[in-house]
Design a protein around this ligand. Structure first.
Ligand SMILES: C[S@@+](CC[C@H](N)C(=O)[O-])C[C@H]1O[C@@H](n2cnc3c(N)ncnc32)[C@H](O)[C@@H]1O
Length: 448
């Protein structure tokens, strides 16, 4: 498995042995997309955790994300491409068409069906393709912060309006899905491009499904262990009463309550199941594609969102290459080293996912991933991946994640420090250069 997948993410490489061997396959029941647990459930103190890490600022090594090849240069969607034609600042339709077809995913595992675990696909460019035609430019103005000063007003006006209208359509769809999960009005998602006229990230223009908090699955996944059999229950709390992650646990997986919880009406042990309350801006960067940030201040330990997408087997994930592999996060936290790749899983956010797919890599990040399982069998996937702030974050600061925290530790070792940076970069020349711009930059994106 290692070395074959160049995906977005991978959890801890250290794996515990699975005493029960391969888990029995089971079918998960479908959930109602309109009855999210989190929208109804109050919080209860989580009861999982182990000793405090030596360094209070150190994030437990519970997540690592691996690099993907660079996002293909396809900086335009179908609608804006027409609008921009002849202005020279966007690629033509041919390029746009190539961009739209170049990243076809491998089909799900043969013999399996793609079915929602919770949530009905609601955002697809099969529909969105038609919607811009009905937009009125007069009424489609958005509060975009787009800067058009680099262009003459006449030249910029029309494409800007079209781009804004298109971004608004997509944002409205995503916000509606989020609203159905209980996300409040104040926590809207907006697209902001102060770099060029690309209205939204190009890969969500076709066949993209926004999944606020639950994954789809192309495979049958195993039953999660019962809560009472998990080692972290009843120990140090993973979250404070205010719902902040304490960083005081070295549990590989945080266990939250599930449907079997007897205190369902006042349970605080469902922090990651609560609806998002922070407004998110998805914005374009000069060198790292699109990125994500919060419009409001965040505090250390705050849960920001869940990484959603399509659950695929590692066998399928290992076949994905290039841009198709750019949004894969391996769920390898709790699997044996010799696991059968057809029985272990990855989350692929390429064709479905949420705003967290725009969290870029930084060698000095301000968020981390914690794996979270819900307590009852048949209730959730083996675990979900929650982003938490690892420091207080000011509004509009880009949210970043170290795609491979374990690599940071390796890099810090003496033998790495002794090598010159140029030698390391040469050795890694086939990898994607890291543009995080931090003093701690390791030079390239992590890659399997
Ligand atoms: C999960 S995606 C993040 C969102 C992506 N920027 C986009 O526009 O869709 C991961 C990809 O973003 C780009 N990326 C993320 N962090 C980067 C960094 N520090 N330097 C350069 N490229 C980065 C790489 O192309 C990587 O494969």
């Amino acid at each position: 498995m290692a070395g074959t997948v160049s995906g977005f993410g991978r959890l801890n490489r250290k794996r515990s042995s699975n005493k029960e061997g391969k888990r029995k396959k089971a079918v998960y029941p479908e959930k109602s997309p309109t009855s999210p647990l989190a929208s109804k459930l109050p919080r209860k103190q989580a009861s999982s955790g182990l000793p405090l890490p030596e360094d209070d600022n150190e994030v437990p090594a519970i997540g690592s994300i691996y690099a993907s090849p660079p996002i293909p240069s396809a900086p335009v969607s179908r609608l804006p491409a027409r609008g921009f034609a002849g202005r020279g600042n966007c690629v033509d339709d041919t390029v746009a068409d190539n961009a739209l077809t170049a990243s076809q995913h491998a089909p799900p595992d043969s013999g399996t069906v793609v079915r929602p675990l919770a949530g009905k696909p609601s955002n697809s460019f099969r529909d969105a393709n038609k919607r811009p035609r009905s937009l009125s430019l007069d009424t489609a103005e958005t509060p975009s912060k787009r800067k058009v000063t680099a262009f003459s007003e006449d030249a910029a006006l029309v494409p800007t309006k079209i781009a804004d209208a298109h971004a608004q359509v997509i944002a409205d769809e995503w916000n509606e899905v989020a609203r159905q999960s209980g996300v409040p009005e104040i926590a809207k998602i907006t697209f902001i491009n102060e770099i060029d006229h690309e209205p939204v990230p190009p890969d969500i223009n076709t066949l993209f499904t926004y999944l606020d908090k639950d994954c789809l699955s192309s495979v049958e996944v195993p039953n999660p262990p019962k809560a009472e059999t998990m080692p972290c229950i009843g120990r140090h709390p993973a979250f404070t009463d205010e719902g902040l992650f304490t960083f005081a646990t070295d549990c590989k997986i945080i266990i939250e309550c599930g449907q079997d919880c007897s205190a369902a009406s006042n349970c605080k042990n469902r922090v990651t199941q609560l609806p998002r309350t922070i407004p998110i801006e998805i914005f374009k960067t000069v060198e790292r594609g699109w990125a994500a940030r919060s419009a409001v201040p965040l505090v250390r330990g705050q849960v920001l969102g869940l990484y959603t997408g399509l659950i695929i087997s590692r066998t399928t994930a290992s076949k994905l290459i290039g841009a198709d592999a750019a949004y894969i996060f391996q769920l390898d936290m709790d699997e044996p080293q010799d696991a059968d790749p057809s029985l272990v899983y990855s989350v692929d956010a390429f064709r479905s996912g949420n705003w967290t797919r725009y969290i870029n890599h930084s060698c000095s990040p301000n968020t981390a991933i914690i794996p979270v399982a819900r307590g009852s069998a048949h209730e959730s996937l083996p675990y979900t991946l929650a982003f938490v702030a690892t420091q207080d974050i000011v509004p509009l600061a880009e949210l970043t994640l170290d795609y491979d925290p374990s690599e940071a530790k390796t890099f810090a070792r003496k033998k790495y420090r002794e090598k010159s940076r140029s030698k390391i970069l040469k050795r890694k020349r086939n990898q994607t250069p890291c543009k995080c711009g931090t003093l701690q930059c390791r030079g390239w994106l992590p890659q399997m």
